[in-house]
Design a protein around this ligand. Sequence first.
Ligand code: GLN
Ligand code: ZN
Length: 763
Amino acid sequence: MVTTHNLGFPRIGAKRELKFALETYWKGQSSRDELKATGEQLRARHWANQAGLDFAPVGDFAFYDQVLDMSFTLGNLPERVRDFHGDRLDNYFRVARGRSAQGADDHSECCGGVAAGEMTKWFDTNYHYIVPEFDAATQFSLDPSRLVEQLAQARALGVKAKPVIIGPVTYLWLGKSKDDADRLALLPRLLPVYAALLDYFTAHGVEWVQIDEPALVTELDPAWREAFVTAYAALETRRVKLLLATYFGQLQENLELACTLPVDGLHIDAINARDEVAQVAARLPATSVLSVGVINGRNIWKTDLNAALQWLEPLHRELGSRLWIAPSCSLLHTPVDLDSEQKLDPGIKSWLAFALQKLDELTVLATALNHGRAAVADALSANAAAIESRRASPRVHNPSVKAVVSRIDATLGQRASAYPQRAAKQSTILNLPAYPTTTIGSFPQTSEIRLARSQFRSGELDGAAYKAAMEREITRSVKEQEALGLDVLVHGEAERNDMVEYFGEQLDGYAFSQHGWVQSYGSRCVKPPILFGDISRPRAMTVEWIRYAQSQTVKPMKGMLTGPVTILNWSFVRDDQPRSVSCYQLALAIREEVLDLEKAGVRVIQIDEAALREGLPLRKAQWNEYLRWAVESFRITANGVKDETQIHTHMCYSEFNDIIASIADMDADVITIETSRSDMELLDVFDHFNYPNEIGPGVYDIHSPNIPSQEHIVQLMQKAAGRIPAERLWVNPDCGLKTRAWEEVIPALRNMVAAAKTLRQAV
Ligand code: GLN
Ligand code: ZN
C-alpha cells in the first residue's frame, strides 16, 4: 500500500480569513483570543480538508511566517526583543513587523516599537520569510509551546498528525550572521535543541516528523555538506522517524549525501527532479521510505494522472509500501479552492486544480496504485478528457503567435545605433538639463481613484464617467509635476489596479481568478493572473491614456509599461512550454505597444522590469540560461524603436553585482534603481563595472514616510557622481509613489528638484 501525505497547507484561508483576522487584531479592533480562535478554526478546517490522507501536516500553520515560528521554537529571538515581557504572540508580531497591536498591547511603554526583522524570498518562490538573526553569541533553547498547542488540537480532532519542522542545517542556511561569525559554528549549540524537540515528539506519541531541508537543492560549500552529516548523526539516537523533505529543485551533487543521511525517509520534488527518482530509489537503504512529490505544489494546473501512474506503477511494484506520494512541496504556494471560483470560464476552469483539488488528485493516484486503475476509472477518464481538451484547445494554441516566435532572430532586439549616437539624438530632441529629474510612474492611489474603480466594476459608473474620473487624476498629477518643475513627466498610473494585472487583462491568453490568493508575507497576499495560452495583444493598451497625458503638457511624457519578464514572474504560467517561450510571446506583445506609443509621438518609454532578478534560478549554474532569454525578451520588447526614442527601465533593487553585465546588455538608455536605503553603497558595483548608459539611483525611499531633505539628496547624488559620470546621472525616487500620500510626495519631490538645481550649478 502506498502512503499519502501533504507537506503543508495554505494557512491564509479560502476567503483570506487569517489576513482579515490579523489586520483587525493589529488595528486593536479584536482580542488576542479572537485571533487565536480564528487560527484554531482554520487549522481544524484545513485538517478536515486533508482527512483523506494518511498523514496531515501539523505545525505548518503560522500566524505570520513558518521560519519565524521556528526561530521562536528554537529560542532564537533577536537581541532587541529578548527583554520583552508580555504575550508571546505579541512579541512574535514585534519581531515580524516592528510592533504588535494597537490598544491590545499593554506593554507599549516598555516593549514598544523595534526594528522589524528583515524579510527575504523563500527560495525561488514569491513567499517572503523573516530572516533568522545570528551572532557569535547566539544561544538556543527549546520552546515547544506552539507545537504543543497544535499537536493537542490535532490529536483532539483525531488527525493523523505528522509534525513539520525546518531542519537544523537549512535553518542556519536561511539566516544571517550579524557579526559575520560563521553560522555553522552554531550547529553544536543548535543540535541539542533539535534532539530535545524530537524527544518531545516521541513522548507525545508521534510516529513521523517531516524535517524540511530544502537547502539540499542548492549549491553547497563542502562545510555545509559536512554539516548535514554532523547534524543527522547527532540526531540518530532519536526514537521518532524522520522524513527528510527536499523540494523546489534537483539534488544533483547532493543526491548521494541526501540518500545516505541516517533518516527514515526522503521526500523529493518529482516535478523538478523527476529524473532523479530512479537514482534515489536505487540508492536509498532498503529500510527507507521514498516520498515522491508527484503533484505540482507551485502551479494551478491539473496533473496528468494517467501519465503520472505510468511511471508510478513500476516504482510502486519496486518499492511496495516504502513508496509515499505527496505534492512536490507545501501547498502554501497555491490558492485554496477552485470551487469558490464563480466567474472563471468553465473551459479554463476544467484545466485547473487549486490546493483542495490537488489533494483529490493525490487520493485518486493512491487508489489507483493500491487497488488498480479500474477502481478510479471515472476519475481517470475525466482527468484524461480535461488534459486532452487543454492540449488541443484553440484557445491555448494560436498558430500565428507561434509563427512570429519562431521567426525571432537577433536583429529584433538590436537598436539601430549604439548608445552614444542615440544619446546625442535624444538630447537634441528632449533638451534636458544636467541631472534631469523624473519619477518612476505611479502617483498616490487616492481614495477617489479607488472609489471610481470599484464603482466602475460594480456598474455604478459607466465607461465614459470612469474615463473622465481617471483623466481628472491624470491632469492633477501632470499639474503637480509641472508646478514642482520635474523634467520628464509621468501620467501617474491612476487607471492601473496592479502593474501586471492591468496588462494581463488586456492580453489574449490570460485568465483571472476571483479568490486565487497566495500568501506573499504576513497578511499580504497576491492574486497572480493565469497565463494559459499563446499571448497576443488585440489592441493598444496604454496609448490613449498617455496621449491624453501628453496633451496636458509640453514637457516630455513617459509612456509606462511593464516588461515581459516581470509579467511572467508575477503570473501563474504554463507548464506545457518552457518559461522562455511564454516570455518571448509577452515580449512580442509589449513590443507592439512600444511601437504604437512611439507612433503616437511618445518620446520616452519606460519598461519596468521590477521582478527580473527574482526569476534567477536557485542554482547559479542555471543563471546564464535564464539571463540569456530574459535579457533577450527585454531587448525584443524595447529595441525596435528609433534612435530618437529614449527607453527607460526600472528595477526595484540594486543588488546587481552578480548580474550587472546582463543589465547592461539590456541596453536601455536609462535605468532607474533602488539605492536610497543603502546610502549609495549599492553603487559599489560601478567601481568595477563601467556601466555604459544613463542611471537614476533612487534618492527618495518611497517605502518610508520620511521626507528626504535637499541636502541629503545632494549628498547621495554626489556619492553617485563619484562612480558614474555626472552627465549620465538622473535624479528620481527609488520606486513608484502609489502607496504614499500627496502630502508626503509633494515636499519630497520639491526637495528632489531643488537638489537637482543645486547639483547643476556645479556642472
Ligand atoms: N511604474 C511602477 C510604479 O511606479 C513601478 C512599480 C515597481 O517597480 N514595483 O508604480
Ligand atoms: Zn520599483
